[in-house]
Ligand binder design. Structure first.
Ligand SMILES: Nc1ncnc2c1ncn2[C@@H]1O[C@H](COP(=O)(O)OP(=O)(O)OP(=O)(O)O)[C@@H](O)[C@H]1O
Ligand SMILES: [Mg+2]
Length: 283
């Protein structure tokens, strides 16, 4: 059986924008290497959490799988379809909920937005109406369905994005910090929907980027730790826990030192303070 998501030696270098000093020195802008050879497999009925510090490349990986960004080299398949070679075919097999809501139309209503994206995915007529109504009810948006997108709160916009991600009932769903702007009750409910309905009952493959390690622990079958565009480690949460702590502590330590340089009179030197991961229940 083909894996639901397969990624092989995937790399992405963004071209980078020229700065003033590039212009002055007659120099090409430095490319940004967002992904440096990623390998990853997610099977049907599996939920994998993608964790890693800011800039690790999580969003870039999800955007490539969603066919929104083209890889520089390497290959990626969703549901057996190569995302770079057959983006149209790939698109109908993958739903995505990204962290930014810029991809919606701000002047039209929630319903009109969802109708538009449903049509792009080949949904029309009664089936489309039924799906939109069911999904807006699922994410608690029935009350605001005829409101303009621009008038929604941050969390409401996030919920429209969740509804859109599930419109076409795709076998693969990607979530980028999906619970970030949700209130605690809704965040918990979304986690339940993802775990129980999407993964356990419907057997979908879910790749879920999060900064919340408790969320990763609670949700995921497997955790993939990304740093600097590479997979540093992967496995069950408990087994990976020391490496997760090490990566996030190293960043916290560098920033603590900068804070001490800024406020030496107010702070004790970083070396004498306990690091961020100490004293946690997971050790
Ligand atoms: N369109 C772009 N052009 C240039 N560089 C980019 C672009 N998109 C992302 N990058 C760079 O690629 C790297 C990876 O970014 P990405 O958004 O994938 O990280 P991330 O792991 O999602 O981080 P975060 O936790 O902050 O969301 C970063 O250094 C970022 O600045
Ligand atoms: Mg990101």
């Amino acid at each position: 059986m083909t894996a639901a998501i397969r990624v092989e030696r995937l790399a992405k270098a963004f071209r980078g924008r020229a700065t003033r000093s590039d212009w002055v020195r007659w120099r090409r802008p430095t490319p940004v290497r967002a992904l440096n050879g990623i390998d990853l497999t997610v099977d049907r009925g599996q939920l994998v959490a993608l964790v890693g510090p800011n800039g690790a490349g999580k969003t870039t990986l999800l955007k490539i799988l969603a066919t929104l960004v083209r890889p520089s080299s390497g290959r990626a398949w969703v549901d057996g379809v190569d995302v770079a070679a057959r983006p149209h075919a790939a698109r109908s097999r993958v739903g995505y909920v990204l962290a930014e809501e810029r991809s919606f139309f701000w002047r039209i209503s929630v319903r009109e937005n969802l109708r538009f994206f449903a049509a792009l995915q080949g949904l029309f007529g009664a089936e489309r109406r039924h799906r939109i109504e069911a999904l807006t009810a699922l994410v608690g948006l029935t009350e605001v369905i005829d409101r303009r997108f621009s008038d929604l709160s941050l969390g409401q916009r996030q919920r429209v994005a969740i509804a859109r991600g599930l419109l076409a009932d795709p076998p693969v769903v990607l979530f980028d910090e999906a619970t970030r702007s949700l209130d605690p009750g809704r965040a918990a409910r979304l986690r339940r929907v993802i775990r129980q309905t999407l993964v356990e009952s419907a057997g979908k493959a879910v790749l879920f980027a999060t900064h919340d390690l408790d969320e990763a622990r609670a949700l995921a079958d497997r955790v993939v730790l990304m740093v600097d565009g590479q997979v540093l480690a992967e496995g069950g949460f408990e087994a990976l826990s020391p490496r997760l702590t090490a990566v996030f502590d190293a960043e916290a330590k560098a920033e603590d030192e900068a804070l001490y340089r800024l406020f030496p009179d107010l702070m004790s030197p970083p070396a004498t303070r306990r690091s961020a991961g100490d004293g946690g229940s997971s050790g």
